[in-house]
Design a protein around this ligand. Structure first.
Ligand SMILES: [Zn+2]
Length: 91
């Protein structure tokens, strides 16, 4: 049982467990988060799994444009598409 302040927080989820004696007790478990995925193809991004809170704090290191949002394949395709569009517009 976590201390009272942590019982209402979003980091933990409550699981109701019926004991052999018929009592209903609450178990607290850490929430599971889905890994970050590419916005286009939904493949798992190659970055550490973290809570949304951690992700907001800047653990997503943007080493390149769209880091933490697109995977390298979709980024490559997007850049190619943009270059083709530009080339077509110039002619
Ligand atoms: Zn992708």
């Amino acid at each position: 049982m976590p201390r009272p302040a942590y019982r209402s927080r979003k980091g933990l989820r409550i699981i109701k467990v019926r004991t052999p004696g018929g009592r209903l007790v609450y178990h607290y478990e850490k929430k599971k988060y889905n890994p970050p995925r590419c916005a286009v193809c939904k493949r798992v991004l190659n970055m550490p799994k973290m809570t949304p809170r951690e992700a907001r704090k800047g653990f997503r290191t943007p080493g390149r444009p769209y880091a933490g949002f697109l995977d390298h394949r979709c980024l490559r395709e997007g850049i190619k598409k943009a270059v083709r569009l530009m080339a077509g517009a110039l002619q």
